[in-house]
Design a protein around this ligand. Sequence first.
Ligand code: HEC
Length: 259
Amino acid sequence: MFEPAVATIITAKCSNTACHGGTGSAPTKFAVGTATTMYDNILGYSSRVLGDFDKTTATILSKIAAGNHNATTYTAAEVKSIGDWLDAERTARAAAGTTNTPSARELLLQKWSGCMVKTTEFDAFATAWAQKTTDTNNTACQQCHVNGQGFWANNDPLRSFNVLTTAKNPAGGWFMEMYFTVDMTTDPANPKIIINRDFMTRAALGTAQHEKFQLDTDRNGGTPTAMAKLKTYYDSTMLKVLADKTTPCGPSRLGTTPP
Ligand code: HEC
């Protein structure tokens, strides 16, 4: 069902390299590969794009249904093909006794959530992004992003830690992916957690009329910059991931209720 029908639709409607094909990490690169390799790739986005195989919540359908997604539309037959495929995946998984076998991508995100620790480095990066400001109107990121719509920027580091390590983004995927995502395109055989710089860059450059801002310098004079603090935290978390075999990180927190 996937190869002849769904892959053809995705290739035609989503796979432009400026959109969901090509390289990088944003916009979400779920439409990568040939009809045969695309299947493995898209399963990595099961929570973000496929609604965990629930066609009533899958953003691959809902984003377009609203009618304002980059002038993209599906025919009724295409909507049905995608919905039927999601149903079949769901049924097959239920029959196998598992609602969703995590993909390599999802496993990496899970591992990262278990290795994240709320250190002073975490607090420093989370508050720096809350207080970072735009160029256009000098508005702090938290002014518009305090509740995580589009991006997460909140001055309460405990709240930020809990949300970024556990919470599902109602718009698809995990809040964690706004800062840390998986690079699936540079070396597809070895996916790796990276800072989601591409995602931030889109906003910084003014995509969709976003107020422009500088990614690597802070207008409010913050030193080190918010990006440098994020990199410091990323590096220390990556060390924990790499040491995980000898010094195990905690279990995955994604989808759990914070203590
Ligand atoms: C005046 C309000 C406002 C301010 C200030 C603001 N943003 Fe946004 N931002 C938005 C809106 C609105 C969206 C789109 C939300 C959605 O998709 O639901 C958005 C989306 C984003 C996105 C997602 C881009 C994408 O491609 O989906 C990122 C990343 C982002 N903002 C980062 C920031 C950062 C970093 C700052 C501070 C430097 C900031 N924003 C300041 C309003 C704002």
